[in-house]
Ligand binder design. Structure first.
Ligand code: BV8
Ligand code: ZN
Length: 244
């Protein structure tokens, strides 16, 4: 594995632009459960009950309670060594750096990354369905305060500003992410099973455009077939070796 990390480090040293895609695996060491695999969220909670617009319309309070529980977990979480490697890479590459995340846990921003494209939204943002305002809200609510009142129009028709299954991602955002995958020199995938589209299509674009693609993941994934090199291990251990 060491030689593969050395090769990846060499490719990064020679690169002018790097694009990174992260998934839940990068935050596992921060105590945030992933979605698939043992003790994954989708093993305990069903997507159709908690992570679709239909589920929300059926029982907004129940969906809000689930996000409020996850918000509590995430608010206590600190970035780990893998997050900080991406902060260092942004310091080195400056505007040649782009970080695309599927995560809604805000940990890349908390670690200090500036250029973060949050494909699936952010658990600390609330969107009001009446006045359409989106705002930051770190509050952990009591059950009887859910759904939270919009801070602008007091409506309780508010939702977490995340992308649910069956909902389209922001078109400009996914177009930008695809362009970043196609225009980089090196594409790095960290901690994603590649199970969710259209995010999981990004490494394929990079590979099709002849970019060097390297994957850091705890196990082989649906991304691995698009990677020139796959580095199996925990990212909080393997990513820091890139900077040695
Ligand atoms: C859409 C936010 C269409 C909410 C999430 C083909 C094309 C387009 C769409 C589809 C398609 N096929 C199917 C679809 C529909 C669907 C989809 O992909 N379904 C899957 C299940 C088959 N896609 C959608 O619905 C998307 N919408 O395309 O709409 C459309 C178009 C126009 C108009 C209308 C509609 C929307 C998808 C977004 C869903 N929202 N999250 C929330 O978080 O509550 S997705 C959710 O999964 C998270 O965002 C998560 O990030 C994402 C992917 O999961 P991963 O991050 O990869 O996490 P996972 O647990 O799976 O894997 C973790 C990995 O880390 C593992 O491999 C593990 O081994 C590794 N690991 C663990 N520890 C470590 C580690 N690695 C390194 N170090 C460690 N320590
Ligand atoms: Zn409002």
């Amino acid at each position: 594995m060491i030689e593969r990390i050395k090769k990846a480090a060499d490719k990064i040293k020679k690169a002018k632009r790097i694009t990174i895609l992260t998934g839940a695996g990068i935050s596992k060491a921060s105590g945030i459960p992933t979605f698939r695999g043992e003790d994954g969220l989708w093993g305990k909670y069903s997507i159709s009950e908690f992570a679709t617009l239909e589920a929300f319309h059926k029982d907004p309070k129940k969906v809000w309670q689930w996000y409020n529980y996850r918000k509590k977990l995430i608010k206590q979480a600190e970035p780990n060594k893998a997050h900080y490697v991406l902060v260092e890479l942004e310091r080195i590459f400056k505007d040649g750096f782009a970080l695309i995340t599927q995560n809604i846990d805000n940990l890349h921003t908390k670690a200090g990354n500036k250029s973060v494209y949050e494909l699936h939204g952010n658990i600390f943002e609330v969107k009001c369905l009446i006045c359409n305002k989106i705002y930051h809200d770190q509050t952990i609510y009591k059950d009887d305060q859910l759904p939270p009142k919009c801070k602008y129009c007091q409506s309780i028709r508010t939702r977490p500003n995340v992308v649910w299954f069956g909902e389209s991602l922001d078109v400009e955002l996914i177009k930008k992410a695809m362009a970043l995958a196609a225009s980089c020199d090196v594409f790095i995938s960290v901690g994603t099973s590649g199970g969710v589209q259209p995010a999981a299509g990004l490494p394929k674009i990079a590979q099709r455009m002849g970019k060097y693609v390297v994957e850091f993941n705890a196990e082989y994934s649906a991304i691995s077939m698009f990677a020139d090199d796959v580095i199996i291990g925990n990212a909080e251990k393997t990513l820091p070796m890139l900077l040695n």
